[in-house]
Design a protein around this ligand. Structure first.
Ligand code: MOS
Length: 729
């Protein structure tokens, strides 16, 4: 199904299942511990062996030799596979550094060996006996230095328009500030883990991966075998946040070790390797230059961001939102990329906007104060209905409404415009606001729909559920389309034998995957209508029946003559170029800061989201409050500490890398505007999971400023940065 004209009325609009809050259909499996994750398959192959990986102890250089004798002699050890015996392999388009193979070390904890043993403990103990001879080389580990090197280079992702320099110089009110965001790690609960089993020349891997299609493509390339010989399964995934978008070293090592030792092998990356061996969200240095007239209209808008990565890697696209969010004819917007030899920087939840909004939305708060304009109003003054510098309209843009509704519901009028004015006992109280913005991406997505002889509907797609609720919204979509109750739908996900879906990433999963299921169900409806001898366009699917004219046949009766199977893929064209599709919102936050110790408590948060049709308000809300919690993390605590001498992230575990939980925040509210976007898809939905994060940290930072009068431009806002500037106790 090609989607290239706006959606008209369709069966989804009945909203009997879609748009309703439904508990997760996979919830009972999750809470009873019977949903199985990659490392938990114990019975799918005989004699499963355990691999324990070794990461390089240098950040750059080469491995001269690995002494495996002691490890091989250790109890229970089956053998050792080293990087020196594995050739460098082909990398998928999303990978930067070699995953496993060759003697070159490109970053700290690059995988260089795996010990395979009868038990996990034996493998781990033996891995400590490996002797590695390194030839270390100096590397570049300091973003400040790397940024200076590229300071004069032209901007990448250049979205500049007009004459910024002149407009900024002439602007009656100016702000020129630099914000810094640190490296972040995904900190998902389930580590990267794979079980690999060969059957002749056919490989099956159970591997935690958000994108099954990319996974088989890249794994077959890495192993040099046909894609049809690789089966990838990931029916349940314990979080990803972008860290599991790509094939990583666990799956390559498991496949190679299983081949070498003739045993199925499972490997989970130990947490330090999750952090230093896989990817992270790169740190940024962001300069914001805003110039306005006295009424607060932006005349000059400058946002330049620098991040770093390994040679061949990409930069953090932190200025992404700055091309779209606010008006202003004269703009200087773009990015620079320095060279770093730290572990590979890549996508983490809402790559680009999550970091960019941390800086932009705090700078907007600073500018509003300079102008003496309320920060909600300042944003509304600079709203735009077309992409600035172009004339492309937005498919939907209810940004101002989100701000107004949020201000009303949150009690924004109680905020003191002057900072450090509100006090309750020892607590200084502040409120902050920020815009939420994230683009809406469209990816092709396929599905297969079956009508079984017993009248149940089965959906198969390689879509993943990384904790987001994919199973549930896909079941709701099928139930709506086929006119059957939810419990007559079975959803099968995360298997490369199923049609290739959008996968889970970039907040495109929900809208695109359900649109693919919509397409497959349209095809199944056609087959059912044909079998009963009627025109599919005139048929209605309701209460487990196909109805037309004065006739009705139960679906079970139709399928009794044999199962019906239909498959289709939704593809998107044209509308994506004619309209800018984005999601909008507003984040509000209230904090209390201890006047003596500067301890920060987040008291209340509110997100107002305009993101197309909300497929399931319950699971969407869970996405958004999870994202808000993540945003509190990047505002107040999350930071990978870079050892700039040896080139690695020092706090490489969940004790040293602190993340907040919901219990840290007493009150979180989410309001979804009642919106449908027929430009986006037949579901008229858009993404919302990443919108929930974008802007949150700035709202927290702005609240901390409002409480204390202290502006910290170097995230996270920790006590040591606040204390020296705090008002007298
Ligand atoms: Mo998201 S960073 O595209 O999983």
């Amino acid at each position: 199904m090609l989607f290239d004209t706006p959606a008209t009325e369709n069966p989804i609009d009945r909203l009997r299942e879609i748009g309703q809050s439904r508990a997760r259909v996979d919830g009972p499996l999750k809470v009873s511990g019977t949903a199985r994750y990659s490392y938990e398959y114990h019975d799918v192959a005989p004699d499963i062996a355990y691999g324990y990986p070794l990461g390089a102890a240098i950040a750059k250089g080469r491995v001269r030799g690995i002494d495996t004798a002691a490890a091989e002699a250790a109890p229970g050890v089956i053998g050792v596979l080293t990087t020196l015996e594995a050739p460098r392999h082909a990398l998928g388009p999303m990978n930067t550094a070699m995953l496993f193979g060759g003697d070159e070390v490109e970053h700290y904890h690059q995988a260089i060996a795996v010990v395979v043993a009868e038990s996990f403990e034996q493998a781990r103990a033996a891995a400590a006996l490996l002797g590695v001879d390194y030839e270390a080389q100096p590397g570049s580990f300091d973003l400040e230095e790397a940024a200076r090197e590229v300071a004069d280079e032209p901007l990448g992702n250049d979205a500049s328009h007009g004459d910024f320099e002149t407009a900024f110089a002439d602007a009656p009110v100016q702000l020129d500030v630099t914000y810094r965001t640190p490296d972040h790690t995904h900190a998902m609960m389930e580590p990267h883990a794979t079980l690999a089993a060969w059957d002749g020349d056919e490989l099956t891997v159970w591997s935690a991966n958000q994108m099954i299609g990319w996974g088989t493509r890249d794994l077959s390339a890495a192993l040099g075998i046909p894609r049809a010989k690789v089966r990838l399964l990931a029916p349940f995934i314990g979080g990803g946040f972008g860290g599991k978008l790509f094939v990583r070293s666990d799956v390559v090592m498991a496949a190679l070790a299983a081949k070498k030792f003739g045993r199925a092998v499972k490997i989970a990356l130990p947490r330090p390797l999750v952090i230093n061996n896989t990817t992270h969200r790169p740190a940024t240095i962001q300069r914001l230059r805003l110039g306005t007239d006295r009424d607060g209209r932006l005349l000059a808008f400058g946002h330049e961001s620098t991040s770093g990565n390994l040679p061949g890697g990409g930069g953090e696209t932190a200025t992404q939102q700055s091309a779209f969010l606010y008006a202003g004819a004269n703009r200087r917007v773009g990015e620079r990329l320095g060279l770093l030899d730290l572990p590979e920087g890549h996508a983490m939840r809402a790559p680009g906007e999550a970091s960019g909004m941390m800086a932009l939305e705090a700078a907007m708060d600073e500018m509003a104060e300079k102008l003496g304009i309320d920060p909600v109003e300042f944003r509304i003054i600079n709203d735009t209905q077309v992409v600035p510098g172009e004339e492309t309209p937005f498919s939907e843009r209810r940004f101002a409404e989100c701000l107004r509704i949020g201000a009303e519901k949150f009690g924004w009028s109680d905020r003191s415009a002057k900072p450090a004015e509100r006090r309750e006992g020892r607590w200084l109280i502040g409120m902050g606001v920020a815009a939420a913005f994230r683009n809406n991406l469209l990816m092709p997505s396929g599905a297969r729909a079956r009508l079984s002889p017993d009248g149940t509907v089965v959906i198969e797609t390689d879509m993943t559920d990384i904790g987001t609720g994919s199973y549930t919204i896909i079941a709701q979509t099928a139930a709506e389309m086929m006119g059957v109750p939810l419990d007559l739908v079975t959803v099968r996900l995360g298997d490369s034998r199923y049609p290739v879906s959008a996968g889970s990433g970039g907040q495109f999963g929900a809208n695109c995957a359900t649109s693919g299921v919509y397409a497959a169900c349209v095809a199944l409806r056609t087959k059912i209508a044909e079998r009963v001898g009627t025109d599919p366009d005139g048929a209605v699917f309701e209460e487990g029946e196909i109805r037309w004219g004065n006739s009705a046949v139960p679906l079970a009766e139709v399928a009794a003559k044999g199962e019906l199977v239909a498959e289709d893929t939704i593809t998107f064209k044209k509308l994506g170029q004619q309209y800018r599709q984005s999601t909008f919102g507003a984040h509000f936050c209230e904090v209390a800061v201890d006047a003596a110790t500067a301890e920060i408590r987040v008291r209340r948060m509110l997100a107002v989201c305009a993101a197309g049709r909300i497929l399931n308000p319950l699971t969407a809300r869970s996405q958004v409050i999870g994202a808000m919690t993540m945003g509190v993390g990047s505002a107040l605590m999350e930071e990978l500490a870079v050892d700039t001498t040896r080139g690695f992230f020092a706090n490489h575990d969940l004790a040293g890398y602190e993340v907040p939980v919901h219990a840290d925040i007493h009150e979180q509210e989410v309001i979804f505007l009642d919106e449908v976007d027929p430009i986006s898809s037949p579901m008229k939905a858009k993404g919302v999971g990443e919108l929930g994060l974008c802007g949150v940290s700035a709202a927290v930072a702005n609240a901390v400023y409002n409480a204390t009068g202290v502006r910290v431009r170097d995230y996270p806002i920790t006590l040591d940065k606040l204390l020296p500037e705090m008002p007298p106790f």
